[in-house]
Design a protein around this ligand. Structure first.
Ligand SMILES: *[C@@H]1O[C@H](CO)[C@@H](O)[C@H](O)[C@H]1NC(C)=O
Ligand SMILES: *[C@@H]1O[C@H](CO)[C@@H](O)[C@H](O)[C@H]1NC(C)=O
Ligand SMILES: *[C@@H]1O[C@H](CO)[C@@H](O)[C@H](O)[C@H]1NC(C)=O
Ligand SMILES: *[C@@H]1O[C@H](CO)[C@@H](O)[C@H](O)[C@H]1NC(C)=O
Ligand SMILES: *[C@@H]1O[C@H](CO)[C@@H](O)[C@H](O)[C@H]1NC(C)=O
Ligand SMILES: *[C@@H]1O[C@H](CO)[C@@H](O)[C@H](O)[C@H]1NC(C)=O
Ligand SMILES: *[C@@H]1O[C@H](CO)[C@@H](O)[C@H](O)[C@H]1NC(C)=O
Ligand SMILES: *[C@@H]1O[C@H](CO)[C@@H](O)[C@H](O)[C@H]1NC(C)=O
Ligand SMILES: *[C@@H]1O[C@H](CO)[C@@H](O)[C@H](O)[C@H]1NC(C)=O
Ligand SMILES: *[C@@H]1O[C@H](CO)[C@@H](O)[C@H](O)[C@H]1NC(C)=O
Ligand SMILES: *[C@@H]1O[C@H](CO)[C@@H](O)[C@H](O)[C@H]1NC(C)=O
Ligand SMILES: *[C@@H]1O[C@H](CO)[C@@H](O)[C@H](O)[C@H]1NC(C)=O
Length: 437
């Protein structure tokens, strides 16, 4: 993370590897992000919260599809084993101390008794707590990342502390194996001050804006070019700034088609090209841009002829594994330049933007039958429309919530592991935003 607020950096003795000349009224936040290699990975970042010497890094989801920010309080219990809504079920586990936070052990914590309850994935995950804490949030970038970024911290960030969860998951009576669960979620969807239970806070971005730590309500995400082996994809997220070296071609404004009551960024469905064949989706839906989802969901109505047209037009490369898309071969054998291409209509008529997502980026280690059926299962499904973490790996997504602007550009162009680059960084002062067509 890089911050340009020099007084803070001086106060905390933070080091940034380069200094940027900037105006008094401009400051920004840089957060390294990753798409880890794993079937259930989403866009994440590793943080520590607070100043306890015993704190461990926690991998939290950087989630454009939800609004609130939380991590586990020490001693938190996760319940599961019942198929019924709100029923904790017979099984539970204690969240290990390596992924929890104890405000009593942090000299810099300020707690407030505020209760929270957040629901995810159609009520199948519910988390609850009764404390908020303001403390120092530290983003850890990988040691192999470019030396233009370094580990640094933002003081006085408010997170909710959750102490219980209910996962709606059946159990066969053995309470084994323990389910996987999120270690924390930083909601990044637009702040809408409404009486909506979906948006209670803490609102990470809005709080940074209210405290003048960023001067624009912008957020820009990118991913770098993939590494040569199937592994973690690296990228970055900027609040209050843009790094123009992270995309090629123009940043094209697209229409935000969010409806009232919806949380997040919604766009119109694109045309989808694979193996030279362009398909026009037939599902009557808009598409959610959700970095907190592990897969992309293509808007081909499952019972229509389109899914089979999609598979047939792939020339035997893609196979239907009950709605999940598989590559007909090993994951390693997926050609590097084989893309799934999405063509979105621009906000300005006549403009379009093509986003290429390398098919290899969809291979995240998901397996069927132990993986020995010769098919590489992809984080890609047919039906519904969500652009999740795989889509983010090929796109630059720029939003300006002040102006309601949503824009896309071709990403995946910068060097693997590189962070924000001073030479191409534009930091926004009050009233400023990124350029788009
Ligand atoms: C957690 O599960 C154990 C059995 O494994 C049970 O004895 C205990 O009561 C449960 N605790 C809560 C709070 O549900
Ligand atoms: C975990 O933290 C709790 C509360 O801070 C403490 O009671 C417990 O001893 C800790 N357990 C381990 C294994 O450190
Ligand atoms: C917060 O809650 C704790 C535990 O319920 C209680 O002991 C404490 O007095 C509360 N603090 C305030 C300021 O209400
Ligand atoms: C973040 O944590 C995950 C899980 O422990 C780890 O695999 C990954 O390498 C970490 N990333 C960085 C940049 O340290
Ligand atoms: C740091 O960046 C500079 C400029 O890009 C480069 O010349 C130098 O080799 C880098 N150092 C390390 C240790 O990566
Ligand atoms: C329940 O499922 C787990 C994992 O699939 C298995 O290891 C276990 O033996 C099963 N237990 C029973 C009682 O069926
Ligand atoms: C939200 O609306 C409900 C019902 O309309 C009302 O009971 C509640 O007090 C409202 N909450 C806030 C914070 O305005
Ligand atoms: C904690 O953070 C919130 C949100 O940024 C802020 O409104 C509040 O004043 C902070 N509390 C303290 C004690 O600084
Ligand atoms: C598409 O969905 C919208 C909203 O759900 C609905 O109003 C509209 O009638 C639907 N159009 C078609 C052609 O089904
Ligand atoms: C998978 O590829 C093989 C050749 O490698 C081909 O014979 C087979 O028909 C393909 N499967 C499908 C479902 O297209
Ligand atoms: C796949 O997309 C990349 C990035 O846009 C592009 O450079 C490459 O040419 C595309 N591959 C093919 C076969 O078009
Ligand atoms: C999708 O393709 C159809 C048919 O060629 C075309 O009319 C439409 O404009 C295309 N949409 C986009 C977003 O390119």
């Amino acid at each position: 993370m890089l911050r340009s607020a020099l007084n803070l950096a001086t106060l905390l003795g933070l080091s940034t590897a380069f200094s940027i000349s900037h105006r008094q009224d401009a400051s920004y936040i840089y957060i390294p992000i990753e798409f880890l290699y794993g079937a259930d990975s989403r866009v994440t970042t590793n943080i520590t919260f607070g100043s306890s010497p015993s704190s461990h890094p926690i991998t939290v989801v950087m989630d454009t599809g939800s609004a609130n920010a939380w991590i586990w309080q020490s001693g938190a219990l996760v319940h599961w084993g019942s198929p019924y809504l709100f029923d904790p079920g017979p099984c539970n586990l204690t969240v290990p101390n390596t992924t929890t936070y104890n405000p009593a052990l942090s000299l810099t914590s300020h707690t407030q008794n505020i209760s929270s309850e957040y629901v995810y994935a159609g009520n199948s995950k519910i988390v609850q707590g009764n404390l908020y804490s303001n403390d120092t949030l530290t983003f850890l970038s990988s040691p192999t990342a470019s030396n233009t970024t370094s580990t640094s911290s933002i003081p006085n960030i408010q997170l909710a502390l959750e102490n219980s969860a209910i996962l709606r998951l059946r159990d066969n009576g053995s309470c084994a194996p323990p389910p996987s669960y999120d270690k924390g979620i930083i909601g990044l969807s637009p702040y809408i001050p409404t009486n909506s239970t979906a948006i209670q806070g803490p609102s990470f971005r809005q709080n940074l804006f209210s405290a003048s730590r960023i001067k624009a309500k912008t957020m820009v995400t990118w991913f770098n070019a993939p590494p040569s082996t199937l592994s973690t994809l690296s990228g970055g997220l900027l609040l209050g700034a843009i790094d123009t070296s992270k995309f090629s071609g123009p940043l094209v404004r697209v229409q935000n088609v969010v409806e009232s009551g919806q949380v997040g960024y919604y766009i119109a469905k694109p045309n989808i090209t694979f193996n030279g064949q362009e398909l026009v989706p037939d599902q009557n839906t808009t598409c959610l841009l959700d970095s907190g989802t592990h897969a992309d969901y293509l808007p081909f109505a499952p019972l229509s002829a389109l899914p089979s047209r999609f598979f047939n037009s792939s020339g035997g490369q893609l196979v239907d594994e009950n709605g999940v898309v598989g590559y007909n071969g090993t994951c390693d054998s997926i050609p590097r330049d084989l893309n799934l291409t999405y063509t979105f209509g621009g906000f300005t008529s006549g403009k379009t933007i093509k986003i290429d997502v390398p098919l290899r980026n969809y291979a995240r280690g998901a397996m069927l039958n132990g993986g020995d059926d010769g098919v590489c299962l992809l984080n890609l499904e047919v039906g519904g429309c969500t652009f999740g973490a795989p889509f983010y790996s090929g796109a630059v997504v720029a939003v300006d919530d002040e102006r309601g602007v949503l824009a896309l550009a071709r990403g995946g162009v910068s060097k693997d592991g590189s962070g924000a680059d001073a030479a191409s960084l534009k930091i926004f002062g009050t009233g400023e935003t990124f350029d788009f067509v």
